[in-house]
Design a protein around this ligand. Structure first.
Ligand SMILES: Cc1cc2nc3c(=O)[nH]c(=O)nc-3n(C[C@H](O)[C@H](O)[C@H](O)COP(=O)(O)OP(=O)(O)OC[C@H]3O[C@@H](n4cnc5c(N)ncnc54)[C@H](O)[C@@H]3O)c2cc1C
Length: 330
């Protein structure tokens, strides 16, 4: 039986970053996952370091938006019919909190946290020797219709107020920045200070390697075996049980699997896949279904993106939830 100062359950980018931070502070930490570090959502995300999204995505407004979701024609949401009754209370709460005033309050409250995202990751990336995966080339969000661009007005105003650099581009400006893009987008916003990761899996693995170099334990194990052992938390692993006074749950969409056993419930939802341009062929990006706008990471060539997408799909490792859910609500 091993004794540690903290158990971190889930070795995605969140758990691995937490474990690394704790190890840097001199704590003995066990990082436990049923798979290798970064092999679930942190494998299949779009790699955008989220410092520029100010307003959270609202509940679909208006009949046509709701119908698009209901008919599974929306890029930003998907659902399983049998799951709807279970998440109905959450959906109602989400709807009631989706007004502009609530979203503005959320953005202001979260700003100090989001503002640290890029500098914090830059520091960890440098320390983990993963600098080749970081690109500070900004984030281009493109909009096909005037209406979808007009919807961004509150976010742009807020960005100006918070000093968040962004530039509104017309179709010529978009073409100048991304000549390979079909000229079908009427508006764009270029968030010049966004950073992105070309290989999220490699960065998570690099953090895990740095954590191991600081004597952190990277273990296989099922977080659902978490239980109390006197004053300690205990997790079972093939190497034997590991105890710690503190357990951090960083299980991404699976966190409720473990929280449920402790009768703790949180309303939560997974990210929409619309943040993952490379999970979809470019033709999807320029297809008619993309009327609400989508994000591109400049400097990622189409050929490289497609190659990477094929490679990831062919390994079968692309997370099931990332592939099949646009909105996954555990
Ligand atoms: C398609 C898509 C694109 C996205 N794009 C972006 C983006 O560009 N930028 C961004 O900031 N966010 C993006 N996200 C959100 C993304 O999910 C998070 O940013 C990040 O990858 C989540 O990391 P995580 O560590 O919380 O979760 P995960 O990477 O999923 O880690 C959870 C870990 O818990 C482990 N686990 C689960 N259950 C158990 C168990 N019972 N026992 C042991 N281990 C267990 C899993 O194996 C996994 O390794 C995207 C999400 C999706 C789905």
């Amino acid at each position: 039986m091993a004794r540690t100062d903290a158990l971190v359950l889930g070795a995605g980018i969140v758990g691995t970053s937490i474990a690394l931070h704790l190890a840097k502070r001199g704590l003995a930490v066990a990082l436990v996952d049923r798979r290798g570090p970064g092999e679930e959502t942190s494998y299949g995300n779009a790699g955008v370091i989220e410092g520029n999204t100010l307003l959270p995505h609202p509940f679909p407004r208006g009949l046509s938006a709701l119908l698009r979701v209901a008919l599974k024609r929306a890029t930003e949401a998907n659902y399983h019919l049998s799951f709807l009754p279970r998440v109905a209370p959450w959906l109602l709460a989400y709807r009631s909190q989706s007004g502009l005033a609530h979203r503005m309050a959320f953005a202001e409250a979260m700003r100090p946290l989001f503002a640290r995202a890029l500098p914090e990751h830059e520091a960890l990336i440098a320390e983990a020797g993963a600098g080749r995966y970081l690109r500070k080339t900004g984030w281009l969000k493109v909009y096909r219709s005037d209406a979808s661009f007009a919807d961004t007005a509150p976010e742009r105003e807020l960005a100006t107020r918070l000093g968040q650099p962004h530039q509104v581009l017309d179709p010529d400006g978009v073409q100048a920045l991304e000549p390979a893009l079909a000229p079908v987008f009427r508006h764009a916003i270029f968030w010049s200070e966004a950073g992105s990761i070309s290989n999220p899996l490699a960065v998570t693995r690099a953090y895990a390697a740095r954590f191991a170099a600081l004597s952190g334990l990277v273990l296989k194990g099922d977080a659902r075996s978490l239980h109390r052992n006197g004053a300690q938390w205990r997790i079972e692993t093939p190497e034997g049980p590991v105890d710690a006074p503190v357990a951090v749950l960083a299980l991404g969409p699976w966190t409720p699997d473990v929280l449920g056993a402790f009768t703790v419930t949180f309303a939560r939802a997974a990210m929409p896949a619309s943040r993952a341009p490379w999970l979809m062929p470019m033709s999807a990006i320029v297809s008619r279904r993309w009327s609400r706008g989508c994000g591109l990471r400049p400097a990622l060539s189409l050929r490289r993106a497609m190659r990477r997408r094929r490679r990831r799909n062919s390994t079968g490792c692309c997370p099931r939830r990332a592939r099949s859910f646009r909105w996954a609500i555990p």
